[in-house]
Design a protein around this ligand. Structure first.
Ligand code: GLU
Length: 403
């Protein structure tokens, strides 16, 4: 264990909120004290078919450097499926989930072995955490994951996180590490989520197809215009995988986390981004650090449970700080239990709030659009008038016109 202890971390309130140290020493200073670094498959493979060890060594070196500067760093890594495919050799190209699970089961070992060897060269220990959406969808699982990740950091160990692809079938998976990394950033109360990608930022158009596309350096609000750049609300297709990145950025920024999408192959990019150099696109945190309970409620953005409300109900929530009543509910999407975090959306898809559902989705389906007085008669029981109590709501917009 000698040499595996963390360098002493800077207390949060002493992290220096500056753009960049321009002092003569060349010593960089952190802008962010707790960082989630997300490495995508293309960044880890360099576009090849297997993990690129030299690239990974450089990423590991940067993580170690950030720790030396005083940061807590958590790594969210892809690459298991790619590594599995490479290990299985001339595997037929199959894209079905069971086969991907085989690839992930094989590849996760190769991936972690590589990280373990590379971090050990710096005397740093890593700990593996494999998570699914279902693990984090329950308050207890969310808190357990948070506690373990924070305990790893306290012990000077770098958490290396991936989706547990082996068990993650459609209903319970994130499916992409963008949303997983945002959930991790939310859960550990990170200051920044830095996503290393091959696209390198958000552009005004797809830079691979449109030569006039320009990089957007800073995004203050993820409004509809920004969502449209990523491929439009609710579509699975995005500009270079941007759709899931924007979704992830939404979850992280409303949780109080800055999100940086940066080119994974730029020299020293992780360190430079964490020190505040303007690289790629920065999505500015939409709120200060949120209380734990609020962050938990906001984790609904990574889930599938949605309550669609009419404009009257939306205004009552946003303008007058009211609770959501059954009468204003027009549709229920996804399955959720009583107490689960859900997203409240308008009929045209604007996400206006997250909250804890007071009724399970199946019950809500039966009482939607009905007057509160009728709930008991319809269900045979009632948990109260509110579908979401205002004390359990976190608003995402100021008004219907603000997005
Ligand atoms: N969990 C997948 C892997 O390790 C990657 C998912 C993603 O790239 O977003 O291969």
């Amino acid at each position: 264990m000698a040499g595996c202890r963390a360098e002493r971390a800077v207390p949060r309130d002493q992290a220096i909120p500056m753009e960049r140290d321009t002092g003569h020493t060349g010593q960089r200073r952190l802008r962010y004290r707790r960082v989630v670094a997300k490495f995508g498959t293309a960044t880890l493979t360099g576009g090849g078919i297997d993990l690129d060890r030299a690239r990974m060594a450089d990423l590991v070196r940067q993580v170690v450097e950030l720790r030396r500067l005083g940061a807590d760093v958590l790594v969210v890594t892809s690459g298991a499926i790619a590594a599995g495919r490479a290990r299985l050799g001339a595997a037929p190209v199959r894209r079905d989930i069971p086969y991907k699970q085989v690839l992930a089961a094989v590849g996760q070992i190769a991936l972690m072995q590589c990280y373990d060897e590379l971090f050990r060269q710096h005397g740093v220990l890593i700990g593996q955490a494999l998570l699914t959406r279902a693990d984090l969808a329950m308050r207890q699982g969310y808190l357990n994951a948070r506690n373990t990740l924070l305990a790893l950091l306290e012990n000077g160990i770098v958490p290396v996180i991936n989706e547990n692809d082996v068990v993650a079938v459609e209903e319970i998976k994130f499916g992409d590490n963008d949303n997983l990394s945002a959930m991790v950033a939310n859960a550990v109360d990170a200051d920044a989520l830095i996503m290393l990608t091959d696209t390198g930022g958000l552009y005004t158009a797809d830079p691979r197809r449109d030569p006039s596309a320009t990089l957007i350096p800073v995004v203050y609000t993820i409004d509809r215009q920004i969502e449209r750049l990523a491929g439009g609300t609710g579509t699975a297709l995005g500009t270079g995988g941007m759709r899931t990145k924007i979704d992830a950025a939404k979850l992280a920024t409303v949780s109080g986390v800055d999100v940086l999408i940066v080119p994974g192959d730029a020299p020293d990019v992780l360190v430079r981004a964490a020190c505040g150099e303007p690289i790629g696109t920065r999505f500015v945190a939409a709120a200060g650090q949120r209380a734990g309970r609020q962050r938990w409620i906001l984790s609904a953005l990574a889930g599938r449970g949605r309550i669609v409300v009419d404009d009257g109900a939306a205004r009552a929530l946003l303008r007058f700080g009211r609770s959501l009543l059954a009468a204003g509910v027009v549709a229920v999407e996804g399955r959720f239990r009583r107490g689960d975090p859900v997203t409240v959306v308008t009929q045209d898809g604007m996400r206006i709030a997250c909250g804890l559902a007071n009724y399970a989705s199946t019950d809500l389906e039966a009482i939607k659009g009905r007057h509160s007085d009728e709930i008991e008669e319809i269900l045979g029981f009632a948990y109260g008038d509110e579908v979401i109590h205002r004390n359990n709501l976190v608003l995402l917009a100021k008004d219907l016109a603000s997005e």
